[in-house]
Design a protein around this ligand. Structure first.
Ligand code: ADP
Ligand code: MG
Length: 685
């Protein structure tokens, strides 16, 4: 049977069963997987330098003739050196091979070789120790691939198998699936060339050429797959919201909605009146007022005879939402139930009965909402808050409790729109890009560690005025994993103990971190929320969502250790009430980069601007690095380096999508199917 890219890896000549299991460890099961196992870097054998000019202690390639045959020197039992002289006509060097009789035996005086390794100078003599050696007459000349490895498989072994596979497959290794006009428009080489060059380039330029095409392909297939899911995925639903509710829905609040809030409500209502299930992402910076949008939309659903469920990631957030929503909605005749693990059995039973018989229309809860005993009579709208805490599967599970209910996903992680469209390609997006008027801006200061004393006095001053403060540290405890332990960073536990015994002994201190049990965390948060704790020493667990308007000071220790988007989330914990608030970023680190980053925090409170900066500085690893979004794994497209490619890719995807079902585009459609086959059935819902 002819080898295809779908053949199992052991069908490649030279790969036996044992080798195959090593490949499996690298997630390489088929020949296609092997070809997508891209080199992580390259050894440059293409630009040989002279012995004289070889940079010292840097990997380089030298072309020279063996002047003598290797002579063996026994150092001790089991250790032999083989040494010979080589010359490029202008200068000479000594080459040493350690303990490798076979390699040494291949060297013939008079023949020319390529030596790849590091040159050293000893007593004015140039020397190369255990270089890789290839005959000039052989076929190693260009860039040699260095592959991500597993134990038992060397880069050379992988290289050989890739070469065999490419040779055996011929043109079948890179079936062209992009129409010529697209390749032309975006200056892309053909697929076969790209597949060959990424493994066996002759030069840096070849690598770039191959990367450009393969990255484009990957992003395009992703984009096409997501768009297809979205447009083909509109599910008809009986949950239809009545027209004419918008005005009342928008006037439930003691304030007027911002323009952005009002538009978001309109977007949602239009979706929910359409007869198709809404799948919408509501993205808004901290404090942009997502809760009010949820309330307005939920109100319209309830008044149309539908039930609404809102899921929050923690009990404290669920409680807070329930309280806020109840206040907004009760006057309009909608009561809001709360369902969390912490409620009494009787309370839980009452809420569940109300949901089952339809007498309760709006419920807020935690994961408890997902339990099998929670049954709805007519669930029509599912709202999830702080989406990144939930997996797609959980979202889907809640939605499955109704007959194609609408879903609204709320996220406070500001992501530039271009990236959001990639990540949340299966969702429509409404963005709250406007803060309610009249907020007192939070003042942000970046200070050195020598100011800690003054910062503590500042905290005391606020506490004396009856206000509260947060101190956030990068580590939990000082006993952290010895290997990775970072002596220069503050821990929450250490800081808490120090302050309690020292500078802040007069204040009521609380401690919160991720190693505590959920119930302990809830208790501490509740105490802080009630005002029973003055200063909360914490890790980033407080990052998400809590609303304590009396907390007016956010102090972040070792601020340089955090991403800007994360600092922004932390800062969003203050400035939520009537008092002017401050954020103090403490850092012992010097250097321009740190100054610049913290400078961005000082200069802007716009979450989207900050997210953009963060992306530029760190890349979107946080957003795209894991697979919790249920997206296919990207092999080559490091988005940070390819932000500029997102626009062209979207443009191409939009042009291609309407044709995807046509016979001429079958190869492209097939590739999209292939990429998404790995995601699984309920990956994207
Ligand atoms: P987030 O988007 O971070 O969840 P919230 O919904 O918690 O924001 O709203 C933050 C605060 O702003 C709340 O106290 C809320 O009452 C208030 N708020 C929301 N919308 C407006 C508005 N249009 N005008 C004035 N205040 C508003
Ligand atoms: Mg919120």
């Amino acid at each position: 049977m002819a080898l295809t890219i779908d053949s199992p890896i052991q069908y490649v000549k030279g790969v036996g069963e044992k080798r195959a299991t090593l490949f499996h460890k690298l997630d390489i099961v088929t020949v296609g997987d092997l070809l997508c196992h891209y080199p992580r870097e390259y050894e440059d054998w293409s630009s040989a330098c002279s012995i004289e000019d070889a940079p010292v202690d840097t990997l380089c390639c030298i072309r020279a003739r063996a002047v003598t045959s290797p002579t063996e020197r026994r150092i001790r039992r089991g250790l032999s050196l083989f040494q010979f002289a080589a010359s490029d006509g202008k200068a000479a060097m000594q080459v040493t091979i350690f303990n490798n009789k076979y390699a040494a035996a291949k060297i013939k005086a008079g023949d020319e070789y390529l030596f790849f390794g590091k040159v050293d100078t000893r007593y004015f003599k140039r020397e190369m120790a255990s270089p890789q050696i290839e005959p000039v007459s052989g076929d190693i000349h260009g860039m040699r691939p260095i592959y991500p490895l597993t134990g038992g498989l060397t880069s050379r072994a992988i290289e050989k198998v890739v070469k065999t596979a490419l040779d055996t497959l011929g043109d079948a290794a890179g079936e062209e699936f992009l129409p010529a006009f697209v390749r032309e428009q975006y200056g892309l080489c053909d697929r076969m060339t790209a597949v060959r060059l990424i493994h066996f380039p002759q030069s840096r330029a070849d690598v770039e050429k191959a990367r450009k095409r393969l990255t484009f392909d990957e992003l395009l297939l992703l984009q096409l797959g997501l768009s297809r899911l979205r447009s083909g995925g509109k599910t008809p639903t009986g949950a239809v919201v009545k027209a004419g509710l918008a005005e009342k829905a928008k006037s439930l609040f003691p304030f007027a909605l911002t323009g952005a809030q009002s538009r978001a409500v309109d977007d949602c209502l239009a979706d929910m009146q359409s007869g198709f299930a809404m799948t919408r992402l509501l993205q808004g910076d901290v404090g942009s007022g997502k809760t009010a949008v949820a309330a307005a939309v939920g109100y319209a659903a309830v008044k149309s005879g539908l039930q609404v469920a809102m899921m929050a990631p923690t009990e404290i957030l669920a409680e807070q939402h329930a309280k806020t929503l109840e206040k907004m909605l009760a006057p309009a005749g909608v009561s809001v139930g709360l369902l969390t693990a912490g409620r009494t059995a009787a309370e839980k039973r009452a809420v569940k009965e109300g949901l089952a018989d339809g007498s309760l229309s709006f419920v807020v809860g935690t994961q408890a909402l997902l339990s099998d005993s929670t049954v709805f009579s007519n669930l029509g709208l599912v709202i999830t808050d702080e989406q990144h805490r939930f997996g797609v599967a959980q979202r889907a599970k809640l939605a499955a409790k109704g007959g194609n209910p609408h879903t609204l996903v709320m996220s406070a992680t500001p992501i530039p729109r271009s990236l959001a469209l990639v990540i949340y390609g299966d969702l429509d997006i409404s963005i709250l890009d406007e803060l309610p008027a009249g907020r007192t801006p939070i003042r942000t200061y970046a200070v050195g560690g020598d100011k800690r004393e003054r910062v503590l006095n500042y905290i005391k001053k606020f506490v004396a005025e009856g206000r509260q403060a947060y101190i956030v540290c990068p580590l939990v405890g000082d006993d952290e994993d010895e290997e990775t332990f970072d002596q220069t960073s503050k821990s929450a536990i250490g800081t808490y103990e120090d302050l309690k015994a020292g500078a802040l002994s007069d204040c009521r201190l609380g401690l919160l971190h991720g190693r505590m049990k959920p119930a302990e965390k809830e208790a501490v948060m509740a105490a802080f929320s009630k005002g029973d704790v003055d200063v909360l020493v914490s890790t980033t667990v407080i990052e998400v969502g809590v609303d304590v308007p009396n907390a007016v000071l956010m102090v972040v220790e070792n601020a340089d250790r955090f991403g800007l988007a994360q600092l922004h989330q932390l800062r969003g914990r203050v400035g939520r009430g009537e008092y002017a608030s401050d954020c103090i970023l403490i850092s012992d680190a010097h250097g321009e980069e740190v100054k610049r980053r913290l400078g961005v925090m000082k200069d802007t409170t716009d979450g989207f601007k900050i997210a953009d900066e963060d992306l530029k500085l760190r890349g979107p690893g946080d957003f795209f690095g894991n697979r919790q979004h249920g997206l296919p794994h990207l092999k080559i497209a490091a988005l940070s380096e390819n932000m500029a490619m997102l626009e062209p890719v979207r443009e191409a995807a939009a042009a291609l999508l309407p044709h995807l079902h046509e016979p001429d585009y079958a190869p492209l459609a097939g590739q999209v199917d292939r990429l998404f086959a790995t995601v699984g059935e309920n990956g994207l819902n």
